[in-house]
Design a binder for this molecule. Structure first.
Ligand code: SF4
Ligand code: SF4
Length: 641
């Protein structure tokens, strides 16, 4: 038995020896093993860099520093002894609210720009300039066309697609009128948004207005600033993100239930491993196809590999998982660990959640780090810029680089953890309704009868401040144990899959009522609804249930959570989920505590405005209690026992 220099050892009952502090970084055994390998090989990870950042700056944590003009930076003394105003006179309330609004704007921009790229690809496809793409879901195309008032009779699918693409592009820059997707929400909510002046306008307009309002000397009222945050979030949820989901479904197919595998153990010891990482499925769809190209498979054989294995990380991974069953190697915090296996021939990235550290890290192994988005480059990458007109060709070139890199694998550096877990995924709103027999009624009846106590939407990232996957898995387990059906997206979905919660058999961990419903329908107690932009699918499902019951979304026995959130996109998501009427518990503390006014508005005052608010609770079991309490209150108000 090895004893480490500092005396700490940890013996897991699988016979694997682990340093205590490594065990404390992640609940996932595959990740623990790779963290240990990293330490043995002298490789730095996000956890090491986090430790070097400690103690993190308290002004930043409280949100009270401002760099919005060059008279600053200014910061407010939270103890009331030093400066209470910035040079321009901005108070803590103003500074915190402005910083929060800028986070929402950045998050909404990320989702919406993703959506714009999807629509531009869709438009090029309709014009025959993106030959590798086809319309995969005709029914969804026609249904969207009708929703947007585009006649389809007597027109080719490409003509309809072209008109729809033009109309969708207008949504981004719309100066007047409403976003069409907002017509999916219950009327009472729409009316509320209109009364509050937060009904979202064109997505670009909202984001630009955030940046304008937070410029020195513009919007200087915390409540006024935050209302713009809600409006901008709504333009993301019911605009940008929803458009991304809809168009991707038309282009790549609406997900249907299927089985796959997750975790680092999906990497293959004898195949060429290509990881697709980031958020947009536009190129990765082609990479999945290119990996089956007979020419490349033959080349792989010549290079000594038995095939080509594509695996995902983060939401690009979720997109290909949902539509093709492509395995997922891990969550946000596992991106470095995948490279550390020494078995990745190419790490192919597009946009969002890609750590720049991958540049230096891949240099320690044989992995080629390939950046593909015209918008995003990283240190030490092979640039393979992707354009729709030659999408398949670029995908083939990328896979070829990976295949040719296979002989460079260094056997002594390769350790692939054996941990991998089967999962059932692909629960789009359409797939859920179809599993329910075509309408939400069976679910509504199960909720009314009490077999299903309520619905929990659990989403979001990993964050080194919380033990990897600990918040996700424990919160979800506690919810299903208490008969709450969980819908999930993003890294929470991957974490749940790694913990075996995305299998029908996981209903054994659920309370009796939920277990019976899952068994009758053959579904898991935790339904994977997709990537982060696919939180829009959760909104659509919530709207369908609320409309069927004739109530507002805020009346539903439902609650949301983001136990390990970290990105600005998550702040935008929080803004639109709460503004849509869903109480949401955050597992990490947003940088707002420096303003009492902003904190109490977000965690309480919003209830009187949009009928929902945030809570912050890092302990996942206590977070589950808060959600259950909220669900029970809503059940009572609806007259359900
Ligand atoms: S905008 Fe005001 S608070 Fe911010 S840096 Fe400039 S002077 Fe300071
Ligand atoms: S959940 Fe967060 S970390 Fe994971 S892919 Fe989405 S935005 Fe990135």
């Amino acid at each position: 038995m090895k004893v480490f220099a500092d005396g700490s050892i940890f013996m897991l009952n699988v016979g694997y020896e682990m340093k205590t502090e490594i065990y404390e970084k992640s609940i996932d055994l595959a990740s623990q093993k790779m963290l240990q390998k990293a330490e043995e090989e002298g490789i730095e990870t996000a956890w090491d860099r986090y430790e070097k950042q400690l103690p993190q700056c308290s002004f930043g944590q409280l949100g009270v520093c401002c760099r919005n003009c060059n008279m600053g930076p200014c910061r407010i003394d939270p103890f009331g002894e030093g400066a209470q105003k910035g040079i321009c006179g901005a108070t803590a309330d103003i500074i915190v609210a402005r910083n929060f609004l800028r986070m929402i704007a950045a998050g909404a921009a990320a989702h919406s720009d993703h959506a714009r790229d999807a629509v531009l690809t869709f438009k090029k496809m309709s014009e025959g300039e993106a030959g590798s793409y086809r319309i995969k879901d005709e029914a969804k195309l026609l249904s969207l066309a009708s929703e947007y008032g585009i006649p389809s009779e007597g027109k080719s699918l490409e003509e309809v697609a072209g008109k729809l693409a033009d109309t969708l592009l207008q949504e981004f820059g719309k100066q007047d009128g409403h976003l069409q997707c907002t017509r999916r929400v219950p009327e009472s909510r729409l009316k509320l948004w209109a009364e509050l002046g937060i009904e979202p306008r064109g997505i670009d307009r909202e984001i630009v207005e955030c940046m304008h309002r937070t410029h020195i000397g513009v919007d200087n009222d915390a409540v006024h600033i935050l209302l713009q945050g809600l409006r901008t979030g709504l333009s993301d949820g019911w605009g940008g993100s929803m458009i991304a989901t809809d168009v991707q479904d038309v282009l790549f197919g609406t997900p249907q239930p299927r089985r796959s595998t997750v975790n680092l153990g999906v990497l293959s010891s004898d195949k060429v491993n290509v990881i697709v990482h980031g958020h947009e499925p536009i190129l990765s769809e082609m990479i999945v196809e290119a990996a089956e190209d007979p020419e490349l498979l033959k080349l792989a054989e010549e290079k000594g590999a038995s095939g080509i294995n594509v695996a995902g990380i983060c939401c690009t991974g979720n997109e290909t998982l949902m539509r093709h069953g492509t395995p997922i190697a891990g969550t946000f915090l596992q991106q470095e660990l995948a490279v550390i296996t020494g078995a990745v021939e190419a790490m192919v990235v597009d946009v969002q959640c890609v750590m720049p550290s991958l540049g230096e890290l891949t240099g320690c192994y044989h992995t080629k780090f390939i950046s593909t988005s015209p918008k995003a480059d990283f240190p030490n990458t092979v640039r393979m810029e992707f354009h729709e007109n030659r999408a398949y060709e670029t995908a083939k070139e990328i896979v070829k680089i990976a295949v040719e890199n296979f002989p460079n694998r260094v056997p002594e550096k390769v350790t692939i953890p054996e941990e991998k877990q089967e999962c059932m995924v692909g629960f789009s709103a359409e797939a859920i309704l179809s599993a329910l027999g075509g309408s939400p009624d069976p679910l509504i009846e199960a909720i009314k009868g009490g077999a299903v106590r309520g619905i929990g939407a659990v989403v979001g990232c990993n964050n080194v401040k919380i033990k990897h996957n600990y918040g996700h898995v424990n919160l979800v387990k506690e919810l299903i144990k208490n008969n709450v059906l969980v819908v999930t997206t993003g890294c929470n979905a991957i974490a749940c899959a790694e913990a075996g919660l995305l299998l029908p058999e996981a209903s054994e961990m659920a309370g009796d009522g939920l277990k019976a419903v899952c068994k009758a329908l053959g579904i898991p107690p935790v339904l994977h609804m997709g990537s982060c932009v696919d939180i829009s699918r959760i909104l659509v499902l919530a709207s369908a249930i609320a409309n069927r019951l004739g109530v507002d979304i805020s009346d539903l026995p439902a609650a949301g959570a983001a136990p390990e959130w970290m990105s600005e996109k998550a702040v935008s998501i929080g803004a639109y989920v709460v503004s849509s009427g869903v109480f949401t518990v955050l597992g990490t503390i947003p940088a707002v505590l420096g303003s009492q006014a902003v904190t109490s508005l977000l965690t309480g005052g919003l209830n009187g405005v949009v009928g929902a608010s945030f809570a912050v609770e890092p302990d996942p079991l206590k977070a589950a209690d808060l959600m259950l309490e909220h669900i029970d209150e809503k059940r009572k108000a609806l007259g359900l026992n």
